[in-house]
Design a protein around this ligand. Sequence first.
Ligand SMILES: NC(=O)c1ccc[n+]([C@@H]2O[C@H](COP(=O)([O-])OP(=O)(O)OC[C@H]3O[C@@H](n4cnc5c(N)ncnc54)[C@H](O)[C@@H]3O)[C@@H](O)[C@H]2O)c1
Length: 253
Amino acid sequence: MPGQRLTGKRALVTAAGQGIGRASALAMAAAGAKVFATDINAETLSTIRDANHENIEIFELDARSDDSVAAGIAQANPDILFNCAGFVHHGTVLDATDDEWDFAFDLNVKSMWRTIRAALPGMVERRSGSIINMSSACSSVIGAPNRFIYGTTKAAVIGLTKSVAVDYVATGVRCNCICPGTVESPSWHDRVDALGKQLGSKEEALKQFVSRQPMGRVATAEEIAALVVYLASDESAFTTGHPHIIDGGWSGQ
Ligand SMILES: NC(=O)c1ccc[n+]([C@@H]2O[C@H](COP(=O)([O-])OP(=O)(O)OC[C@H]3O[C@@H](n4cnc5c(N)ncnc54)[C@H](O)[C@@H]3O)[C@@H](O)[C@H]2O)c1
């Protein structure tokens, strides 16, 4: 029954100000969890208040800062940790810069190490926890054009997930990751606009993004949030250590 799947659970979400993180925070709250929705962007985060959900508390958390993560995890003491923060760099191996590489590995991968090492001891003590990491279909699952740094970091997320899962499988703590195809979100719209400028037409850019999705459309953030709720809930109690692909058939061809 809606409202009961996550009753009694506390969930912390990074990057909940917009996109998949926001949709997942709202979906988990609707499923009964007490949700701590966090982001570095206080302005977008505050729009979650408009949803006026009594189960949602918001606060700023910078996933790139050890201190910010430690304080946030101490406040939330989560049973469910959804590591959603990430950034998409454009370009090939020859376009990439050292700074982009370091930034991406810090935000897309090391941030998960930060949150997990802070949240895991409490989960182990309670012998219950679900960690959900944001990977991508563009990772070790599939190569996408001009996603050298991004795909490399998201493949690392799969390795990180498996490692945590295997080390803690007997403690009641599960760790999975999700691998979406293209999802409509504010940053995706920015990427469409940027490609549109290169191609001289936003329509052409949209066509390129949509054409790689065999269903002829991109996903909604809510479709990804439904998988997050499943992995957060006890319905997935026998599932750990896996990348869960939700890509509209992109990698299944
Ligand atoms: N949109 C897609 O097509 C798609 C596909 C697969 C995977 N993903 C992954 O999903 C995640 C969310 O992407 P999206 O497109 O839904 O959202 P988005 O890119 O539009 O929003 C990202 C959010 O991350 C926040 N953020 C940035 N730096 C942060 C930091 N240091 N600490 C905390 N928050 C920070 C931003 O403020 C913003 O609210 C990312 O990890 C992304 O790689 C997205």
